[in-house]
Design a protein around this ligand. Structure first.
Ligand SMILES: Nc1ncnc2c1ncn2[C@@H]1O[C@H](COP(=O)(O)OP(=O)(O)OP(=O)(O)O)[C@@H](O)[C@H]1O
Ligand SMILES: [Mg+2]
Length: 245
């Protein structure tokens, strides 16, 4: 597990002659073993934040410190980070089993792990020798989740991972996320457009607006959550208001 301390984090992009901040002076503390959801309108900087966290993008200024077992480190290189994108991004020439063991970070290749355990937990055993084009969208996202979990990451970053799935598959995977979180107690940072999903899954919802945090809302409801309970609806309504305001 690992926590993250983000201080004064900014990311400036230049498109043509225009420069703008996709993230501006962000301060955020992500607790070790917590589940944080990031919500906000399209273009508010959610993906930029995840890309900065995993080192796919260079920050313009500010600080990202990972806190792992009491010690702080600057770089994502020293951390084991699992990433899941909106689309599965599987390698078409690899089987499901090989895709799970595929590493996005060269350093991780040294670690030998057992892919079969993940195939079993994610219900993919029967399809382990299939290729990505032979499985459904939900199975493909499960494979991507297996890949994110494979190297026993300290922190898991997820960018709208269930956005393209149908309602039933999405609900099923949300419940799998909850049990994964409760059983493994890893640090999750989960980006979503779906406010109900954010409140269903997370312990804290961060609302972003034009690169800035406009609200941090703790979700102090026990798991599994009831989406029609007054407490649940009250929190989702608060977030809607923060986004619309
Ligand atoms: N590589 C880049 N070069 C220039 N501008 C970029 C780049 N990546 C992102 N941006 C800009 O930064 C802003 C934030 O983009 P980002 O992808 O973080 O938004 P988002 O909140 O993830 O949106 P969505 O919900 O649509 O995925 C946008 O205005 C986008 O155009
Ligand atoms: Mg995005």
């Amino acid at each position: 597990m690992a926590g993250v301390r983000i201080t004064g984090l900014s990311k400036r992009y230049v498109i043509g002659k225009e420069a703008f901040f996709a993230l501006e002076k962000m301060n955020l503390f992500i607790e070790d073993g917590s589940f944080t959801a990031i919500v906000g309108k399209s273009g508010c900087g959610k993906t930029t934040l995840l890309r900065l966290l995993c080192g796919l993008e260079e920050k313009t200024s500010g600080d990202i410190k990972f806190i792992n077992r009491g010690s702080e480190s600057n770089g994502s290189d020293e951390m084991r980070i699992g990433i899941m994108f909106q689309e599965p991004r599987l390698m078409p020439w690899l089987t499901i089993r090989e895709n799970i063991a595929f590493s996005l970070f060269p350093k991780q290749k040294e670690i030998k792990k057992d892919a079969d355990r993940h195939l079993q937990t994610l219900g993919l055993e029967l399809f382990k020798d299939a290729y990505p084009w032979q499985i459904s969208g939900g199975m493909a996202q499960r494979t991507a989740l297996g890949r994110a979990l494979y190297y026993d990451p300290d922190i898991i970053l997820m960018d709208e991972p269930f956005g393209a799935l149908d309602y039933f598959t999405r609900k099923k995977l949300q419940n799998e996320m909850v049990s994964l979180f409760l059983n493994q107690k890893k640090t999750f940072v989960f980006v979503t457009h779906d406010i109900e999903e954010a409140v269903y899954l997370s312990e804290k919802v961060i609302v972003l607006e034009a690169g800035r945090i406009v609200q941090e809302l703790p979700v102090e409801l026990p798991y599994p959550r009831k989406t029609n309970s007054p407490e649940f609806l009250n929190i989702t309504e608060g977030i809607y208001k923060a986004i619309i305001a």
